[in-house]
Design a protein around this ligand. Structure first.
Ligand code: PMM
Length: 284
């Protein structure tokens, strides 16, 4: 239960926060290509804010298993105009990047939070850059780039290893100077994890939360939901048709009062969290 925990520079509410996803990519598994044009990405981000997103997460690199990496220049060209426009419109913007240079330029353009799916392992300059900028940092569990991450989905003790590897990166982040209320943790669903790993992590949330930091969960439209909801021929449910299943997970997570969920469709998730909080409120 980490909802309501203040994180530096971010909104604090007595409920689970909703981070809306703005993928400025041609190839994300969940919404690839929909918002590649910067103007369309900005319009989409503004729409997510209207629907009640507490944060918008702008990313220019797909982390779909097997994806190739864009160059730094391409990533910058995708995200900077979108970060700048959304920040200028008053949004709290998170930059989803593994690159220190992209993080630094996005912060200058108005981002308040760095969402690094590599937890500082992809770019040796990332943790120092974030510390210097003084913004908050999402440290995700990660074992390697998309091209081969699923070959690293092997654990003798899943939760023990995820927690230990996260603790190592949290320690590195603190050693770099990312201190106090600037750290958020994410177990990285689908990143070097099989579907069964994802389910086991969800079944053992109290152990993940033992890290004692605000927790963010990115489950929306992930592949393990597609597999669970496969049709009679075993064809996985397409990504855009996994929103109801994603919402079921948000409802359960909101009941646990996790710090935040990262989702593609914002309004249903805000509604679900509002229902959960009303249910929690005592009469009188
Ligand atoms: N998943 C994706 C991208 N960025 N960031 C965090 N912190 N946690 C996640 O689980 C996560 C992420 C991949 O999903 P997408 O293609 O829907 O953005």
């Amino acid at each position: 239960m980490t909802a309501g925990r203040p994180v530096y520079g971010l909104p604090s509410r007595p409920r689970t926060l909703v981070m809306g996803v703005v993928n400025v990519t041609p190839d994300s598994f969940s919404d690839g290509g929909e918002w590649l044009d910067p103007d369309e990405a900005i319009t989409h981000g503004l729409q997510l804010l209207t629907e009640g997103a507490d944060l918008v997460d702008v990313g220019g690199e797909s982390t779909r298993p097997g994806a190739d990496r864009p160059s730094t220049e391409v990533e910058l060209a995708r995200v900077l105009p979108v970060v700048a426009a959304l920040a200028a419109a008053g949004a709290v913007v998170s930059i989803d990047t593994m690159r220190a240079e992209v993080a630094e330029r996005a912060i200058r353009a108005g981002a308040s939070l760095v969402n690094d799916v590599s937890g500082g392992r992809a770019d040796p300059d990332m943790l120092d850059t974030v510390a210097r900028a003084g913004v908050a940092y999402i440290c995700m569990h990660w074992r390697g780039h998309s091209a081969d991450m699923q070959s690293r989905a092997s654990y003798a003790d899943l939760v023990g290893e995820v927690v230990a590897e996260l603790a190592e990166q949290i320690e590195a982040a603190r050693a770099a100077g990312i201190l106090g209320d600037r750290l958020v943790v994410d177990p990285g669903f689908g990143f070097a994890k099989t579907g069964d790993h994802n389910w086991e992590l969800l079944q053992r949330l109290p152990e993940l939360e033992s890290l004692g930091l605000p927790m963010l969960y990115g489950l929306s439209r992930k592949g393990f939901l597609g597999t669970l909801l496969a049709d009679r021929d075993g064809i996985p449910r397409p990504a855009r048709e996994r929103d109801d299943a994603s919402l079921a997970l948000t409802t359960l997570l909101a009941w646990r009062r996790v710090w935040a969920v990262r989702v593609h469709r914002v309004r249903p998730h805000v509604d679900a969290i509002t229902v959960v909080e009303r249910l929690r409120a005592r009469p009188g």
